[in-house]
Ligand binder design. Structure first.
Ligand code: 2AM
Length: 196
């Protein structure tokens, strides 16, 4: 993932629509732990293991947006306030007959629910189409699994969430490549972003 701190994109993105979403993006250590967990689950489910550098938790998917709307998203994100929190990924499951095999918390931490709800409300307020389905905190670990995953993650992953990101998705033959086009801190987080 390319790293940017809530400022200008790394290159001129022109006038083309950009496929964007808000997400929690793990640092290297958490991504490695998530990927180890994904590999173990994948050994059981089969299917397509997510790449380590693509593991994330989606807060809100926006789809294709013109550049000026992407700028509006960045402005909106800068006004959001939220608390840092710990996310413990302890459960696994599958949706849509294994199309999505996920890891998730036992219950959504209240600061995460508040962040996702606050974001959805702000997005609706600015006229963005947001999913009506309730937010379900999950990290997609495997796609198109053939067998059910275990119900519990054998080595739970502890993720200290200190910020959220606006991501751009570049679709390609080998799956999506993700670029960070903005990142905003949550209060109470360690502001040292070294190692990211
Ligand atoms: P996921 O969170 O279940 O893995 C980028 O495409 C991210 O946005 C993916 O992580 C994806 O699913 C999520 N997402 C949510 N709604 C989507 C949609 N309609 N199309 C593509 N991705 C979507």
């Amino acid at each position: 993932m390319t790293q940017l701190q809530g400022s200008a994109p790394e290159r001129d993105s022109g006038s083309e629509p950009q496929r964007v979403f808000f997400a929690l993006w793990p640092d290297e250590l958490v991504a490695a732990a998530l990927h180890a967990c994904a590999r173990r689950i994948h050994a059981q489910t089969g299917g397509r293991l997510m790449r380590r550098d693509s593991l994330h938790l989606t807060l809100a998917f926006l789809g294709d947006q013109p550049p000026e709307r992407v700028e509006a998203l960045r402005e909106l994100a800068a006004t959001l306030r939220g608390e840092a929190f710990e996310l413990r990924l302890v459960r696994a499951g599958a949706w849509q007959r294994g199309r999505i095999v996920w890891g998730g918390p036992e219950a959504t931490p209240p600061p995460l629910a508040a962040l996702a709800d606050g974001l959805a409300a702000a997005l609706r307020g600015e006229g963005f189409a947001v999913e009506a389905r309730p937010f379900a905190a999950h990290v997609t670990l495997v796609r198109n699994g053939h067998q059910p995953p275990p119900r519990e993650i054998d080595l739970p992953v502890s993720w200290q969430v200190g910020d959220f990101a606006l991501m751009r998705s570049h679709l390609g033959a080998e799956g999506a490549r993700y670029e960070c086009i903005g990142r905003w801190p949550l209060s109470g987080a360690d502001q040292d972003c070294s190692g990211r």
